[in-house]
Design a protein around this ligand. Structure first.
Ligand code: RB5
Length: 143
C-alpha cells in the first residue's frame, strides 16, 4: 500500500519509527512531516496528509500527535477523510470495521510504541464490514 504519515513534535519519534516499520513491511510511505521534535502546529501537517488522502495520492493515512485529538479534529474537516482515534487494538479494529477510517490517529503520549505498532498492524489487516455501517458513513457528509 501507499501510506501517508504525519505528526507534530509530540508524535515525531513514533512517526520516525513507524516509517521504518512500514517500509520494512513493503509499504510505500509518504512522510508529510514534521521533521524534528521542535515545537510545531499539528494542523500544518494534518492538512497536508488530508489533501493527499482526498486526492488519492495515498491509499491510507496515519497521523500522530500527543492526544490524537488535534490531528483528528483537523483531518475530519476534510470531506474525503474519515480519521479515527485508536488507543488499543480493539478500537483500531472497530475504527476500520465500523467507521471505515481512511486515516488512523494515534495518541503518542498515552500509548507505548509497542501498542502503536500493534494498532497499526491491526488496522491495516482489518476490512470495513459494510452493511448498516455503510449507511451510517454515507450519512456523515449529509450536512
Ligand atoms: C502538543 O503539545 C499537543 O497539544 C498536541 O500534540 C496534541 O495533543 C494536540 O491535540
Amino acid at each position: 500500500m501507499t501510506i501517508g504519515i504525519c505528526s507534530d513534535h509530540a508524535g515525531f519519534d513514533y512517526k520516525s519509527r513507524l516509517v521504518k516499520y512500514l517500509k520494512g513491511k513493503g509499504h510505500k510511505v509518504v512522510d508529510f512531516g514534521t521533521d524534528s521534535v521542535q515545537s510545531c502546529d499539528y494542523p500544518d501537517f494534518a492538512h497536508r496528509l488530508a489533501r493527499a488522502v482526498e486526492g488519492s495520492e495515498v491509499e491510507a493515512g496515519i497521523a500522530i500527535c500527543g492526544t490524537g485529538n488535534g490531528m483528528a479534529i483537523t483531518l475530519n474537516h476534510h470531506q474525503g477523510v474519515r480519521a479515527g482515534l485508536a488507543w488499543n487494538c480493539e478500537v483500531g479494529s472497530l475504527v476500520k470495521r465500523h467507521n471505515d477510517a481512511n486515516v488512523l490517529v494515534l495518541p503518542a503520549r498515552f500509548i507505548s510504541y509497542r501498542m502503536a505498532v500493534a494498532i497499526v498492524r491491526t488496522w491495516l489487516q482489518t476490512s470495513f464490514e459494510g452493511g448498516r455501517h455503510l449507511r451510517r458513513i454515507q450519512k456523515i457528509n449529509q450536512l
